[in-house]
Write a protein that binds this ligand. Structure first.
Ligand SMILES: Nc1nc2c(ncn2[C@@H]2O[C@H](COP(=O)(O)OP(=O)(O)OP(=O)(O)O)[C@@H](O)[C@H]2O)c(=O)[nH]1
Ligand SMILES: [Mg+2]
Length: 307
């Protein structure tokens, strides 16, 4: 067993088993081809590429991974399945970055397309953070009354502060909400925004304006922009990631609905493209179904689980 596999061979946390139970890259035929040839044969590479594409890793990252294997094989020949897996782990490890440790006081601005799980994620975050921090939720999704009500329910569940103003535009709501948060000496401010398609330019421009409003209203504070991506949407997630990043300088990703997909591989091209960390994963609809991203547990479930 290789170095990386040893490093990660601790038992994955239950939440990851639950989340990625259906979501692994299935490497059965890769193992079969490796057991037959005992070298990095073309059959092995083809089987690996098929498995990666099936799991939504996408052509660019699959090709990149295969080139990495070929290069490594020149230095240290890959002669069994274990050593192949070890190089796959090494490659995937290069893609993930560690999320920053947040200071006690911070703002999290939450963006994403419609229905990905922004509001639910804020509700779950409020619940986690309210255990030891003073939390305020700002509902800047003021277009729909139902959206405000949904967020208010989440705020009540965790007994945190809540601010909105349906008669104002989203940027003004953020401005007023942050002023109030400062007055009340709030530690964590979670800002919910309306879902929007990444190719609607005027809506993306509005998001940029909202993001710029935060330091203007509050002054110096640590600001994170969380892009929420639904793991079940497949390759469109890559385009979402790119365009939201351009509009708002995404600092972290939240990947939701990993409990409901067999294509968790989509995470790889997205982190490879954006070069930002995954802060959390959503693994269900309940208030506790949000886990801090754990690279080792994730990699183990995504890759090794499949044989
Ligand atoms: N299975 C599962 N469902 C989730 C998860 N996160 C959110 N959902 C569900 O996804 C649906 C949409 O969630 P919302 O939080 O309303 O999504 P949103 O991004 O705020 O939607 P808009 O505000 O309309 O853009 C709800 O039914 C949630 O319960 C998750 O991690 N797993
Ligand atoms: Mg919402």
């Amino acid at each position: 067993m290789g170095f990386f596999k040893n490093l990660f061979s601790k038992k994955p946390k239950i939440s990851y088993e639950k989340a990625l139970n259906r979501s692994h890259v299935s490497l059965f035929s890769v193992k079969e081809a490796m057991d037959k040839h005992h070298i990095l044969h073309q059959d092995v590479l083809e089987a690996l590429e098929d498995a990666l594409l099936l799991s939504d890793v996408g052509i660019d990252t699959s090709t990149d991974m295969i080139e990495y294997l070929i290069e490594n094989n020149k230095k240290t020949p890959i002669c069994d399945y274990e050593s192949l897996l070890d190089v796959v782990y090494q490659y995937v490890d290069t893609l993930f970055m560690d999320a920053a440790n947040l200071p006690h006081k911070h703002v999290i601005f939450v963006v994403g397309v419609n229905g990905v799980g922004k509001t639910t994620t804020i509700g779950k975050l409020a619940h986690q953070k309210s255990k030891d921090q003073k939390v305020m939720i700002i509902a800047a999704d003021t277009f729909r009354a139902a959206a405000i009500d949904q967020l208010r329910v989440w705020a009540e569940k965790s007994d945190v502060l809540f601010y909105t103003n349906p008669s104002k535009d989203p940027s003004s709501v953020i401005f007023d909400g942050l002023k109030l948060a400062k007055e009340k000496d709030v530690d964590v401010i979670l800002i919910d925004t309306a879902g929007r398609l990444q190719n609607k330019q005027h809506l993306m421009a509005e998001l940029t304006k909202m993001r710029q409003m935060i330091p203007k209203a509050y002054g110096t504070i640590d600001i994170r922009t969380y892009l929420v991506l639904d793991a079940t949407t497949g390759q469109n997630g890559v385009s979402q990631a790119k365009l939201f990043h351009e509009a708002t300088e995404v600092t972290d990703l939240v990947i939701t609905k990993l409990d409901g997909t067999s294509k968790g591989g989509i995470v790889l091209p997205i982190v490879s493209l954006l070069k930002v960390p995954i802060a959390y994963i959503g693994i269900g609809e309940g208030i506790d179904d949000l886990a801090l991203f754990d690279k080792e547990a994730f990699m183990q479930q995504l890759i090794d689980h499949g044989v």
